[in-house]
Each structure stands twice: as C-alpha cells, then as structure tokens.
Design a protein around this ligand. Sequence first.
Ligand code: GRF
Length: 208
Amino acid sequence: MLRFGVLAGGGGTNLQAIIDRMEAGGLPDAELSFVLSDKADAYALERAKKHGIKQIVVDRKALGERFDEELIKAIESESPDLIVLAGLMIMIPVELCRRYANRIINIHPSLIPSFCGKGYYGLRVHEAVLKRGVKVTGATVHFVDEIYDNGPIIIQKAVSIKNGDTPEILQRRVMEEAEWQILPEAIKLISEGRVQVSEGIASVVPAE
Ligand code: GRF
C-alpha cells in the first residue's frame, strides 16, 4: 500500500478529484494519510475534514523564516511514500527535494516545457497561453526536483483552445479535461509500481 500526503494551498479541486477516485474504488493500492496546507483557511483542509482525512497546517505567514524547517519536520513525522503537490504556491525546500527524490509529484496546468517555470502559476499560465495564440494546451504531472517545473514528466494530457476562451474558461476546461484525470492516474500508476525513472526520463510500464 502506497501511503501518500497531499500538499494543497487553495481551493483543493485536485485534492477532491483524488478523494473522489479513491471513494469510487479507483486507487485500491493507495492510502491518503494527510492533507497539509501552508494556510489555515485553505478550503482544501475543509475537504479533507469532510472526508475524515488528517489535516496539518504549517502556517507560512506565522512561521516566516522557520517555514521550511517546520514543513520538513511535519512531513518527516508522517514519513509518506509519496508527496503530491496540488496547488501549494511555494518552492519546495531543496533538502526535501533531495530526501524525496522521485517521490514528490506536482500538477502543472500547461504542457511542460511550455508556459512553466517562475511566474507561471494560476491564471497567469492561461493568460500567457491565450496571449501566445497556441491552439493546444493541457496539463502535466511530473516529479519534482530542485528546479521549478523541471523534473521527469509522468503524464501529459492535451486540451484544445476554443474561440471566445477567457483565462477563467480555459482554466476550468484544463482542470476538467486534464488535471482532475491525470493527477489521480499518476498516483495510481505509482501505487502499482509502474513508473520508472532513468537518466531523467520517467516511463510507464504497461499493465500486465
Ligand atoms: C491547479 O491549477 C494546479 O494545476 C496548480 O494549482 C491549481 C490548484 O487548484 N498547481 P486546486 O487547489 O486543486 O483547485
């Protein structure tokens, strides 16, 4: 059984997608052991509470410079097999990236390496996509390393741009058609031991 924790800072719709998949029996080899947020009022924590999942707050504002240290402590005390980043707007401490090499995954709302890296988060990603006029965008689940949005790519899913799209409309479509599907899917593949990383490339082993 893969024991994992979700780190979420916002609305937690990706967390909800994971919970829904679990409750539908779609993640039989994985157990969600905690939800951690850097904000006490993150709605993601409410969602966790509703489903009886342990909630942990590591308050970034209150902790200031001690945040990284306390975050590491909180995670170490849970010792998860996998950490899932779903909307936590922070740079993961280097120490944590090293200790959990290829055991931290992130969801990014574009097809990496387009529209990613520093400054590309939330609606800004979709604004930039529309401004550039690309015809296809999507979402990416990747392992986290020490460089922003850089680690091995596990799954990507493409989403079409449509006439009349606004950043808000596009954000919603990318979530519905891509993010909420590929994040639970990546957890499933990892829980089945089907994701391998070699020389910076992740590959998925076909089901037997
Ligand atoms: C998502 O767009 C995700 O791709 C990004 O942050 C957002 C989180 O949304 N990393 P939610 O909190 O899961 O609703």
